[in-house]
Design a protein around this ligand. Structure first.
Ligand code: ZN
Length: 407
């Protein structure tokens, strides 16, 4: 329980860095993190930057998210927001979150509509918008200053004034974007940070969904912390109140996916018939001490031990996408959720893994839905069956396969 206690070091780290640093002990994960791991991350960054614009779709550079209206798929509504301009299967977005207010932060009115959504990485935050390249991992588009602003917003999610951006991450704003993107539905993924108090993200978001007139557009996913002694009772309660899956973020929650405590969660998910969506792989913008938790080699023992549990690897393994693809090829219970992957990489995933194991996700409110949706539409041009599977059909298959194990 040491990890859940707030101490002086925790406060110092809170002032300096992200919320996740708060509860971590000073000594790091204790997992091995080799020079080869570091080199693989740097190589991925280098090769991706060099290859941008040289893939099958050519250069895909825009001015801000709004610039995506240059594609035939989108247009700008009178209020300046992007909206879909073509008919597509109503997308199911497997990866969204709402505004976070924990620790000292005041509650957010999640039913409020605000003039615009302030994305956590906001390419529309300036005029003109930032140069936005669809052919690199999405976070590569942002400057040092943008990443510093992100860190400040994450910290403010736990401080007495709260995060200004998070006050725009409401159900009503998400719904407006779902409406603008073809009447989409969204999985809303909770987060159990393991904080010493006011750590009720799943509870708050499920309550907001239950109170929303558009509740059938949202699918709540619960999160529990493997080192919370009460996780099992909480998870059963969430499932009883309508949670349809579990979200785990090994980096933010500071556990390895093959920890014995975490294995117990997957066993419970099998009994409850719930799929598990992981943040998986290194994004490359997290502090280095978090990275060992996200290495795909710590996910495969869980995937192997629970062949009937459906595991979604978030961001298709992020910058560890090569290892996630290998896992998807080896294990039939692995699905790749593709938020943030670049267009050429996404095309390669469809070639190697096949569209039947890929699901759409956006990671809203880090980014707008249109950012990853644009890439799905580009790589499935002329392939309506693949497009329908990624946007809609595969999500239904995930839930059906998960429900089959319900005890
Ligand atoms: Zn996310």
């Amino acid at each position: 329980m040491r990890d859940l206690r707030l101490d002086r070091r925790g406060f110092a780290k809170l002032a300096l860095g992200s919320l996740a640093a708060l509860a971590v002990p000073g000594c790091g994960s204790g997992l091995d993190y080799t020079d080869a791991d570091r080199a693989a991350l740097e190589r991925q960054r280098r090769e991706e930057a060099a290859a941008s614009g040289r893939g099958p779709l050519g250069p895909l550079r825009f001015q801000g998210y709004r610039g995506l209206a240059d594609l035939p798929y989108f247009e700008l509504a009178p209020d300046g927001a992007l909206r879909l301009a073509v008919e597509i299967p109503a997308p199911f977005d497997f990866h969204t979150h709402l505004g976070i207010a924990v620790l000292f932060a005041p509650a957010i009115d999640l039913q409020a509509r605000t003039p615009r959504t302030v994305y956590l990485l906001d390419c529309d935050g300036s005029d003109p918008g930032c140069p936005f390249d669809l052919d690199v991992y999405q976070n590569a588009n942002f400057s040092e200053a943008a990443h510093a602003a992100l860190e400040a917003e994450l910290r403010d999610q736990g401080l007495p004034w709260g995060s200004a951006a998070a006050r725009t991450h409401t159900l009503a704003n998400l719904l407006a974007e779902l409406d603008a993107m073809g009447g989409a539905r969204a999985a809303v993924l909770g987060m159990a940070l393991g904080l010493p108090w006011n750590d009720r993200v799943t509870e708050t978001w499920m309550q907001a969904i239950a109170e929303s007139p558009a509740r059938d557009r949202f699918v709540p996913f619960a999160s529990v912390h493997p080192r919370d002694a009460g996780w099992r009772a909480k998870l059963r309660g969430f499932a009883a109140r309508g949670a349809r899956g579990v979200k785990l973020h090994p980096e933010m929650q500071r556990f390895a996916p093959d920890d014995p405590e975490a294995m117990e969660i997957y066993a419970e998910c099998e009994r409850l018939g719930l799929p598990v969506i992981f943040h998986a792989g290194r994004s490359g913008i997290e502090p280095e001490w978090m990275r060992p938790y996200a290495l795909i080699r710590h996910y495969t023992p869980a995937i192997e031990a629970f062949p009937r549990v459906q595991f979604l690897l978030g961001h298709a393994g992020a910058r560890d996408v090569a290892d996630a693809v290998t896992a998807a090829q080896r294990y039939p219970n692995v699905w790749l959720e593709i938020a943030c992957q670049g267009a050429t990489q996404l095309a390669a995933i469809l070639d190697t893994v096949g569209p039947e194991r890929v699901v759409f996700g956006s990671d809203w409110p880090f980014y707008p839905l249109a950012a990853t949706l644009a890439k799905v539409l580009l790589v499935t041009e002329g392939r309506p069956a693949a497009r329908a599977a990624i946007l809609q059909g595969n999500a239904e298959r995930v839930f059906a396969a998960a429900a089959a194990t319900r005890a």
